[in-house]
Design a protein around this ligand. Sequence first.
Ligand code: LMR
Length: 328
Amino acid sequence: TAAAALALSVSASAVFAAGACDDGEIVIKFSHVTNSDKHPKGIAASLLEKRVNEEMNGKVCLEVFPNSTLYNDNQVLEAMLQGDVQLAAPSLSKFEQFTKKFRIFDLPFMFKNIDAVDEFQNSETGQAMKESMTRRGLLGLAFWHNGMKQMSANKPLELPTDAAGLKFRVQNSEVLKAQMAALGGSPQPMAFSEVYGALQTGVVDGQENTWSNIYGKKFFEVQDGVTETNHGIIDYLVVTSTDFWDSLPDDVRDQLGTIIAEVTAVRNAESTAVNAAAKQSVIEAGGTVRALDDAQRTAWVEAMKPVWEQFKGDVGEDNIAAAQAINA
Ligand code: LMR
C-alpha cells in the first residue's frame, strides 16, 4: 500500500540519516573494494572521509563504502556515470573501456618500484592522463598508490614454467590477460570480491596482487605460497564524474580538491611501508613467502617482457622510453 511504501521510505531515509549527513549537505558516496585498514587505499579513503567531514561540515558529507559493499570495480564506473556514486578509486587496470593509455601501468616489469610510478605520474604525460577520459564523462583527481604485485598459486612458483597450465585470476585488462598467456597460463578475469572464493574452491589456481590485498583478503590462506616477483604494480585513480565535479560550487570544489591533494601526498608516502607490514603479517600468520634469486628473476622477466611488444602501439613508445628512463 501507499502507507506501507511511505513507512518503508521513511525508515530507509532514517537509516541513511543515521550516517552523519545533515540536511543541505552535498552527499558524496565513495565506493571501493578493499579493506579499510592496513591497506593503502582503505587508509587513504578513511582519512579523506574524516578530513572532509570535519573541515567541510555543513557543506559536504562524505561516506566511504569499502569492501565492495556498494559496488565492485566492474560496476562502479557505470554507476558513477549514472550519478549513483561520486567518488571511487579503481585500480588503473579497470579503465580498460575508457582509455588504452593506462595500459602502460599494467605492462610487466615496466616500473622498478612505486617511486618510479610516482615520478612517471607526476610528469606532464602522467598528469595529462588524469584528464584523458573527460570526453567519456570521467575526471581523475589524483593517483593513489598501492604497491608491487606478487604471484601466488596452489603449487610453488619458482620459475615461470611453474605457471604453465594454471588458471590465474586477473583484473579485466587485456595486458594482464596477455601476461598470463605469455606464461602459458589461462587468464580468468573476475571481480576482486570473488577472488578468495575462486581460489578456495579451485575455480582458479592462482592470482597476482599486492601484499596488502593478499593479506587483507586472506588469499595466502588458500594458496600454497606467495612468490615475491614484484613483476607489476597496482595503483589507483581517484575518479569522479565530470558532471558531478562541474556541478559543485567553486569554493566547495577548491576545498575538496585541496584536501584530496593533501591526503594523496601524506598517504602515498606510506604505501610501500603499508605493503611491507602486510607482507610481515602474511609471514606471521604462517603464510609461505618465496624470494627469487637473480637467475630466477631473470627468467620471469624474459617470460613476461615480450608482452610489451603487443601493446607498444597503445601506450606509445615514447612513454615506454620515459618510464624506462626513470627506472635507470
Ligand atoms: C584487484 O582487483 O585485484 C585490485 O584492483 C583491487 C584493489 O582495488 O586493490
